[in-house]
Design a binder for this molecule. Sequence first.
Ligand code: HMG
Ligand code: MG
Length: 306
Amino acid sequence: MVFPERVTLVEVGPRDGLQNEARPVSAADKIALVHALQAAGLRHIEVTSFVSPRWVPQMADNAEVMAGMARAPGVRYAVLTPNMKGLEAALASRPDEVVVFAAATEAFSQRNINCSIDESFERFRPLVAEAHRHGIKVRGAVSCALGCPYQGEVSGDEVERVVRLMKEVGVDHCGVADTIGTGTPRRVQQALERALRHYSLGEVSGHFHDTWGQALANVYASLEMGVHTFDASVGGLGGCPYAKGATGNVATEDVLYLLDGLGIETGVDLERLVDAAAGISQALGRPVASRVGRAVLARRERSAAP
Ligand code: HMG
Ligand code: MG
């Protein structure tokens, strides 16, 4: 088996992580998080979303955060845009990438974006064209690819239908999202295989929530297929307001520790990444939740002890 030599980590903590926090997080704390993440070496950061502030008030400061962060050279900043209104608002913030998100099930599509799957693609079609006109890459996420909180099981055909629609409307990249974290390695490989029928290896990624503790195994299973792009969330922050009980994404530092151990390059520094996790956890008033984050902090405490 030949693993990829290099993996791209797409940090989604500021967006996926903070969209789901009950406790308000200030724009200044969000900006500090972005700065800490880029200082750790992350070169792809999903910063915020341009969605309805009535639906997701946590992201209402989108423009403020985008305007307040100091952009580092070589870093690509992405934002979520569910429709043309979102894209138009986002353009003023000069994102490098935008993310559209569709669901593999009708039930989740209705709950999350208030329309059917087909309607969502009618919204995406002009959005993609307009983003491309501005030279902006469009990534797509297929939510509920491994299970749906409303429907339950999701078939490969349901996943592939949405992947095909993504391709048809011109979305550049296809993320396979386990929104509720129920996927297991073989099933993840089957879902990825559906995406790889329509997108190249470089344009397929995994977005695994860790609700059932399978996310790292699912990353490993994806690596076995050569998939080399993963979304992850510092400190394991995250969830989706429309998937109650689903916990955060796989923690970036947990994935990094795995990749470091496999000798796979990422350009990300573990110690500085844990600093970022500690910073945002402190802002949220709780300890770092990730396994590797806690282990690194405990090691620091031991070595600081007299
Ligand atoms: P809607 O109510 O159907 O939209 O919402 P509408 O077009 O009927 O408009 C209703 C009102 O919303 C209007 O305002 C619009 O202007 C406004 P009013 O006239 O009533 O004052 N509006 C907007 N405002 C700001 N930004 C916009 C926007 N669009 C309309 N873009 C909509 C449709 C999609 C906007 C809504 O359902 C929404 O915002 N949903 C939230 C979706 C969301 O953020 N979910 C979480 C992120 S996705 C996720 O976490 C999954 C992912 O991580 C992958 C995975 O794990 O699965 C990506
Ligand atoms: Mg998510």
